[in-house]
Design a protein around this ligand. Structure first.
Ligand code: SF4
Ligand code: FE
Length: 487
């Protein structure tokens, strides 16, 4: 069995001392803060399901380092089958939380850092891979949640890191000492940072020699001295302060992002995995992005399953389930959702071993996967709103439903089919609202667009991987045109 139980995970977070601000106030106890807690519950589910024998095959793996059973989120993929199981695990967790469960960024980061540090050492004679493996051993032993921290604030997108008006707009090394480095800067929209034990920082773009100070990768405890967090707002987030459980849409689960600021933070050398090796920054970004683009072919599909189910229920409660137009919309939603899954599975099946031995997804297919994710959830959400009807955005509050006098009016006029309580109808519509417009829309819609790289980043990768010359040769051969490689 993996090390940490859900209760132990929650307790371990209580021991952390985060310096975090939310809506202008310092948060002393993030675990119990009503806005933050649902996101913790989502990560906690990654521990809970790992202890459920029914899901052991997906949720756990055998460590290639120790042979022990570990949580799959701490695992380096040892086969294409491991990559497939990762996607299936993410779909399962999406189904159980209908939210971003955050822990994948660390899993994707360790898999990228493993192969890149191995290749760095082989070429440059450094010893980053050994340092990284020592960290990984501890991570697996302790069952840590790790935040994979890649995206810098980036300032003026037209300028390289060292040319920015403010040099802190990308994380950089400000001092090298005998015992370690000192870093400053920030990482933006950090998924699950406050539910993490450690952060694994990586550069955010391929870098030139002039930007050597920005080619830095390291791990730190997430609550290390000098790290400040500013919690990101989500649409409808203050509904969680109202105390009810209908209007929030998802009573138990959520996700979060935060700005993570480093103000002259010290990192000992044994926690540094890249320091100035600009020629490897591009590979690290590319591999992390590829793994995370694969991830979306699992997690967003699981959330999509919940949204499709909610739409089917809404249709039933509206008395419209038998209408052929509604049935057809649900079929389209399933088709789009399963297409995303097919991409996630395909890029996993076509995965290959790296020089260090762990498996990397097929880059072209992973980028096609994410490119589809930038589109299909929007269409699925549009169809869900179509089926749900306008009541989703005009219905009264839970307080009105519970009110001793007007509650009866709400019951009477918002009833759909007579044998379904009005409350059920309101609940399912609030869930659809949550996923399409509310707190979970952050993950299901906008993160589908920009998370793991915005659409253009995938198009660049698709272009690089597309091998048009080989395709031209195929066409020449069929058409009878003599050419470079045709026989
Ligand atoms: Fe995991 Fe998906 Fe959240 Fe990324 S967006 S951390 S893949 S659940
Ligand atoms: Fe993400």
């Amino acid at each position: 069995m993996p090390v940490m139980t859900p209760a132990q995970y929650e307790e371990s977070l209580r021991q952390m001392r985060f310096d975090v601000y939310l809506m202008g106030e310092k948060v002393e106890n993030p675990v119990d803060h009503p806005i933050i807690r649902p996101s913790m519950n989502s990560v906690k589910m990654t521990y809970a399901l790992a202890h459920n024998p029914e899901h052991a095959d997906l949720m756990t793996a055998k460590s290639h380092l120790t042979g022990k059973t570990i949580n799959r989120f701490c695992h380096l993929h040892q086969s294409a089958d491991d990559l497939v199981k990762k996607v299936k695990m993410q779909r399962l967790l999406g189904q159980k939380t209908a939210a971003c469960f955050q822990r994948c960024v660390g899993m994707d980061a360790i898999n990228a850092v493993d192969s890149v540090t191995f290749e760095m050492d082989a070429k440059l004679g450094t010893n980053y891979h050994e340092r990284f493996t020592n960290f990984l051993l501890q991570m697996q032993e302790e069952d840590w949640t790790v935040d994979g921290a890649m995206t810098d604030p980036k300032g003026n997108r037209g300028l390289a890191p060292s040319k920015q008006a403010d040099p802190d707009l990308y994380v950089r090394v400000v001092e090298k000492r005998a015992d370690g480095i000192v870093v400053s800067g920030a990482k933006a929209h950090q998924t699950g940072a406050l539910n993490s034990h450690w952060i694994l920082v990586m550069p955010t773009i391929a870098l030139d020699k002039a930007d050597a100070a920005y080619a830095v990768s390291f791990v730190l405890p997430a609550d290390a001295e000098g790290i400040l967090y500013i919690y990101g707002r989500q649409s409808c987030d203050t509904r969680k302060l109202e105390g009810g459980d209908i209007d929030v849409g998802n009573r138990n689960f959520g996700g979060h992002e935060a700005l993570m600021v480093f103000d002259h933070v010290f990192v000992p050398w044994d926690q540094v995995f890249m320091c100035g090796e600009t020629e490897f920054s591009g590979a690290l970004v590319e591999r992390f992005a590829a793994y995370h683009r694969q991830s979306y072919g699992g997690c967003k599909v699981g959330v999509g399953d919940v949204l499709i189910g909610a739409s089917a229920l809404a249709a039933e409660y509206n008395g419209a389930a038998k209408a052929s137009a509604v049935k057809d919309k649900l079929i389209e939603m399933v088709h789009l959702n399963e297409t995303l899954y097919a991409c996630g599975i395909a890029c996993s099946c076509e995965g290959c071993p790296t020089a260090s031995g762990n498996y990397l997804v097929d880059l072209l297919l992973a980028n096609v996967c994410k490119q589809n994710v930038t589109r299909f959830p929007y269409e699925i959400a549009r169809l869900a709103e179509d089926i749900a009807g306008g009541l989703m955005v005009t219905m009264p509050s839970e307080q009105d439903l519970r009110h001793p006098e007007i509650g009866k009016i709400v019951e009477k006029y918002f009833c759909g089919v007579a044998d379904v309580p009005t409350e059920f109808r309101l609940r399912v519509l609030r869930l659809i609202e949550n996923l399409t417009l509310g707190t979970a829309a952050v993950g299901y819609r906008t993160e589908s667009m920009h998370g793991a790289g915005s659409p253009q980043a995938q198009r660049i990768m698709i272009s690089r991987q597309s091998d048009l010359e080989a395709k031209k040769d195929l066409a020449r051969a069929i058409a009878g045109i003599p050419g470079k490689n045709s026989d």
